[in-house]
Design a protein around this ligand. Structure first.
Ligand code: ZN
Length: 337
């Protein structure tokens, strides 16, 4: 999630697109991913949540240039690990436009259109919230096939400093109308807001096609409530931190699971209980010692989806290929019916 001024946003957008154009689908890959400790295992994978518009993929960290833009390299590593599709998360109207532009540069990239709970003050800052909503809808309507979900939207009561509860509630509710009008599934965020989230979901569930609650960190009871609403559960590194997380994850039926990275956030850290199940390691360097064919330490990226799959397979005691196929099928069922 980033906030930039208009001109820097335009430069930023151009730079990202430039970086992507250099890596169009049919060009030969200049570099093969080198894994430490084994060869890549090829499963059918989709990353349903990647914030590829984040400045970190341009080498910018808190406004400081630490290395060259490397989104093309990041994408090559993603395809090399077996990712078939990546959904780029849109977090506001402007961000959704950038995400869509990026998605248009590659057949395997898709994007979402919506406003993140922590950014819902954008509706009011725009002076015309209804127009803002209308613009979101036009963006989705005019780009069917590339825009595959309404979101990221929902509620985040852990970060009320960015947007008060009432504003979050108001504009989460308004975004159901986008999901209803477009009949696109929803890419949902719910943090420390389970009861309000379920109440609104119950109210609107019959009008929308469905959705996935991404970055799930709730309890097994909360997971059940969401599954009973017909929703899918998105698991990333943040969902695999504690024993309680693993327990809740295991309670989700296989046919309701999806996986994601939420890159550049939510990587599986050594302190996470899930970390001990990792089988694949990638060559890495610190951000100020960037090196070609190396990931950047502490910056998550879509290729790390393999880590999420490895932990799920080990903890749920399910064959990794079968699990990957089942999750792929779930994703196809919701987003590409
Ligand atoms: Zn989120």
């Amino acid at each position: 999630m980033t906030v930039t001024g208009d001109s820097s946003r335009d430069n930023y957008r151009e730079g990202l697109l430039e970086e992507c154009r250099e890596h169009l689908p049919n060009q030969p890959r200049p570099h093969i991913l080198q894994l430490e400790g084994g060869s890549p295992r090829h499963h059918h994978l989709e990353d349903i949540g990647a914030n590829l518009t984040d400045p970190m993929y341009k080498g910018l960290y808190h406004g400081n240039q630490k290395h060259i833009a490397d989104l093309g390299d990041v994408l090559n590593r993603a395809w090399d690990i077996g990712l078939k599709k990546i959904f780029i998360t849109g977090g506001s109207l402007d961000d959704s436009k950038i995400a869509l532009d990026l998605a248009k540069t590659h057949d395997q990239l898709f994007s979402t259109v919506g406003c993140h709970p922590t950014r819902c003050l954008d509706f009011e800052a725009s002076d015309d919230p209804e127009q803002y909503l209308h613009d979101l809808q036009s963006l989705a309507d005019e780009n069917k096939g590339k825009v595959i979900a309404i979101g990221e939207c929902g509620l985040d009561y852990d970060r009320l400093q960015f947007c008060p509860k009432e504003t979050q509630l108001q504009y989460f509710e308004r975004q159901f109308s986008l999901a209803e009008a477009t009949q696109l599934p929803m890419f949902l965020h719910s943090r420390n807001a389970a009861s309000d989230f379920s109440r609104l979901m119950n109210q609107y569930r019959d009008r929308i096609r469905g959705g996935v609650v991404h970055s799930f960190t709730g309890s097994a009871e909360e997971a059940k409530e969401l599954v009973d609403l017909g929703l899918y559960i998105g698991i990333n590194g943040c969902s695999l931190k504690t024993e309680e997380n693993l327990e809740a994850m295991c309670s989700v039926p296989t046919d309701r699971l999806m996986i994601e990275t939420d890159a550049p956030w939510c990587e599986v850290r050594p302190t996470h209980v899930g970390h001990k199940y990792l089988m694949t390691s990638f060559p890495m360097r610190k951000k100020d010692r960037w090196e070609k064919d190396h990931m950047v330490k502490a910056r998550n990226e879509p290729a790390c989806i393999i880590h999420v799959l490895e932990i799920l397979s080990a903890v749920r005691d399910e064959d990794i290929s079968d699990l990957a196929d089942a999750i792929y099928e779930n994703t196809s069922r919701l987003f590409f019916p």
